[in-house]
Design a protein around this ligand. Structure first.
Ligand SMILES: *[C@@H]1O[C@H](CO)[C@@H](O)[C@H](O)[C@H]1NC(C)=O
Length: 226
């Protein structure tokens, strides 16, 4: 309105006209700037929200949900006549996923049941929705080394040990390795972590208890000769 005083020098009609012209001009130009401004704001908003989304994705990639699973396997009379075993899995994040069992076919060895327990843990990981990282704790150095270290040299040597004998539990190890690869395709990563047996880890001890319960329910020892 300050500029109006300068425009309204002459007659009332002129003043009236120029006042309306000015207000028209004002609203037009103003409207133009308002729309340019709001477009600008909208772009900023869109840009910042997509930036935030990107940031969120990055954060979730770095900070993926992590689940801990404890596994254990056992075999009574391991390596002897009448051996029988069981496996146990403990999921501290959802105790209703805890499970145990046994196999009434195949060799009943401690090492096999340690591997079987890890395989059962991977089945739980497979059944869960979405991307996630799984820390699988086992007290078997054999199982962890077989799946993370030795497997590479076994693959290179055509699944023969350095003595030239066939690698024990080859099919089981291969199927677990395939499962880990498959989980990777669904954005699920797996880490195998050693935990000391019969130590202070409550979940490892519970997994041990479940494995033993699995073995107790295993009726194979009544007929099986190892
Ligand atoms: C825990 O696992 C059970 C069995 O799969 C499932 O029904 C339940 O929804 C799970 N609970 C949570 C909180 O994820």
């Amino acid at each position: 309105m300050v500029c109006m005083r300068r425009v309204c020098g002459e007659t009332n009609e002129q003043c009236f006209f120029s006042r309306h012209l000015a207000s028209f001009y004002h609203s037009f130009v103003g409207g133009f700037f308002v729309s340019v401004f709001s477009l600008f704001v909208e772009h900023i908003r869109l840009f910042s929200s997509s930036f935030l989304l990107l940031l969120k994705q990055r954060v979730s990639e770095n900070d993926m949900r992590t689940f801990e699973i404890y596994t254990d396997g056992c075999a009574r009379n391991n390596g002897r006549y009448g051996a029988y075993g069981g496996w146990g899995v403990v999921c501290p994040f959802n105790r209703s996923l805890d499970c145990y069992g046994f196999y009434n076919t195949g060799q009943q060895t401690n090492n096999r049941y340690e591997l079987k327990a890890i395989k059962e843990a991977l089945k739980i990981a497979r059944n869960m929705r979405g991307r996630a990282h799984f820390n699988i704790f086992a007290d078997s150095k054999y199982a962890i080394n077989a799946l993370t270290v030795w497997i590479h040299s076994w693959e290179e040597r055509g699944w023969l040990t350095c003595k030239g004998t066939p690698v024990k539990n080859m099919e089981l190890i291969q199927s677990i390795d395939d499962m880990i690869d498959e989980l990777g395709h669904y954005g699920k990563t797996v880490e195998l972590i050693y935990v000391k047996a019969h130590g202070s880890n409550v979940f490892n001890n519970e997994a041990d208890g479940l494995a033993k319960r699995g073995a107790e329910e295993n009726n194979i020892h009544e007929s099986y000769y190892y």
